[in-house]
Design a protein around this ligand. Structure first.
Ligand SMILES: O=c1nc[nH]c2c1ncn2[C@H]1C[C@H](O)[C@@H](COP(=O)(O)OP(=O)(O)OP(=O)(O)O)O1
Ligand SMILES: [Mg+2]
Length: 449
């Protein structure tokens, strides 16, 4: 059976989050989920309930209410009736718990944040919309405290949002509108964080019991919905969201090297890396020159990646590498590319090295390749790792594979030069293979996806 407005079963309604909707509250948000519209405000009060006095800890309290004509038929105001009903009571406690679950109350001082959720139009999912909107209002209110230096850090651990799911006519569906909700056999509200964890699940088999399979399907729908809602919250909060959760970096990286051989090797080694990889040819650099004047491989790698990240606004990955030959004081080291002079060719560099090593016996020809890989993110965060590969310098060039000093470098494991072994083997044992492996491990820890 078709859903109202031809919505897919795993599709949420159009979401609109408008910040600064009213003027006086520290946080004020209008959230629209389809035809459901809720105004959520967050107000800061400089005192706490008695049970928290002199503890240094703050509190968050929520109230929820519906305007008389938010519904099809006019509903009498609770204030006119003189008391709030059980449903309202339950909903405002739910909202309070949800918001408190992601805020470090110990870090807001002895303050109460009053969350007010007022439904101006109800078409199902008003409590979940209230939570999603209230969170954004609370972020705004807390951020104001932070910006005015009243608190030292932003005490928000995670984002939180909520969505309804249910079974209607035997169909599992996401984000029920009023009509669907009133025909639902099973009805559930799912509150989750940006980390994909659950804060609360309220599920009721109103017309029939439900199975574990049903539950799993509904949880999956809830996850889909909440992921999207948190995206919308992020979008609404812009840079404030980045400051709280860290920046989202997208799925594109640029390899910051002018060396086609390196690019090829890096591409091959990173073929299991789950990002779109660009080279410097794919991005517009407008003729910049990078001066590699660092004293270490790490420093030079950072210089290259920083420049390219800044220029492209993409994640930049660079390699600075070279050869350390023990008999000549770890030369050429960071000067490997310009060993025989500023614009030296690979051939000239090899020639110079062979000459210098002419009278050095086999036992003293140990050497290693070093590769430092730097990763710089568009927001300036960065890290650098190092990989090495041990071997020794031959008395003559051997093999045509590879580039640079490959035909002179006899790798211990194979007793052959990198010029003699296939690139697939080099790419599994080389300094670059080792550094990029470390890079991938470190990279995973840094990005939110
Ligand atoms: O696997 C390798 N096999 C042979 N030689 C190698 C290797 N890895 C680095 N090398 C040599 C080539 C160059 O003489 C120097 C790198 O200098 P380095 O500045 O990092 O690279 P580069 O100027 O060629 O390109 P870019 O700076 O744009 O990445 O070490
Ligand atoms: Mg270079």
């Amino acid at each position: 059976m078709e859903r109202i407005n031809k919505r897919k079963n795993n599709q949420i309604r159009e979401v609109k989050i408008t910040r600064n909707y009213t003027r006086y509250a520290e946080g004020s948000v209008l959230i629209e989920m389809g035809e459901t519209k809720v105004i959520c405000t967050a107000s800061i009060e400089d005192r706490v309930p008695p049970f928290l006095r002199n503890t240094g800890t703050g509190w968050i309290n929520a109230e929820y209410s519906m305007l008389p004509r938010a519904t099809h038929q006019r509903k009498i105001r609770e204030s006119s009736r003189g008391k709030i009903d059980g449903r309202t009571q339950e909903i405002q406690r739910l909202i309070g718990r949800a918001i408190r679950s992601v805020v470090d109350l110990g870090k807001i001082g002895e303050r109460t944040i009053w969350v007010d959720c007022d439904v101006i139009q109800a078409d199902g999912g008003t409590r979940t919309a209230s939570i999603t909107g209230a969170f954004v209002a609370v972020v705004d209110a807390i951020y104001k405290l932070y910006k005015s230096k009243v608190i030292k850090e932003i005490p928000i651990r995670n984002f939180v949002s909520a969505i309804s799911v249910g079974i209607v006519n035997k169909t599992h569906m996401l984000d029920l509108c009023y009509e669907e909700d009133s025909n639902a056999q099973v009805d559930m509200n799912i509150i989750m964080t940006d980390a994909g964890e659950f804060v609360e699940v309220q599920g009721t088999g109103e017309e029939r019991p439900f199975s574990k399979e049903d539950l799993n399907l509904l949880l999956e729908l809830g996850e889909i919905g909440n992921k999207q809602l948190i995206k919308e919250q992020r979008r609404a909060l812009g840079e404030i969201a980045d400051e709280i959760l860290g920046m989202e970096y997208g799925d594109e990286v640029v390899i910051a090297t002018n060396n086609a051989h390196k690019l090829e090797e890096i591409g091959a080694i990173l073929k299991d890396f789950d990002y779109t990889i660009y080279s410097l040819k794919d991005v517009d650099l407008g003729g910049i020159e990078i001066v590699e004047d660092g004293k270490t491989f790490e420093h030079n790698a950072l210089i290259k990646a920083r420049t390219i990240a800044k220029k492209t606004n993409l994640i930049a990955i660079s390699d600075d590498s070279g050869l350390e030959v023990d008999a000549i004081g770890k030369k050429p080291g960071v000067y490997s590319a310009r060993f025989a002079g500023e614009n030296a060719t690979d051939e000239e560099n090899r020639e110079k090295l062979l000459k210098m090593m002419k009278n050095i016996p086999m036992s003293q020809r140990s050497a290693r390749f070093v590769s430092a890989i730097a990763v710089v993110f568009p927001d300036g965060k960065e890290f650098v790792v190092r990989g090495t590969c041990e071997g020794f310098i031959g008395f003559e060039e051997k093999g045509k594979n590879g580039f640079g000093y490959d035909s002179l470098f006899i790798v211990n494991e194979y007793d052959k030069t990198f010029g003699e072994i296939p690139s697939s083997v080099k790419n599994s044992i080389s300094h670059r293979a080792n550094s990029l492996k470390l890079m991938k491990e470190e990279f995973k820890k840094r990005v939110i996806r």
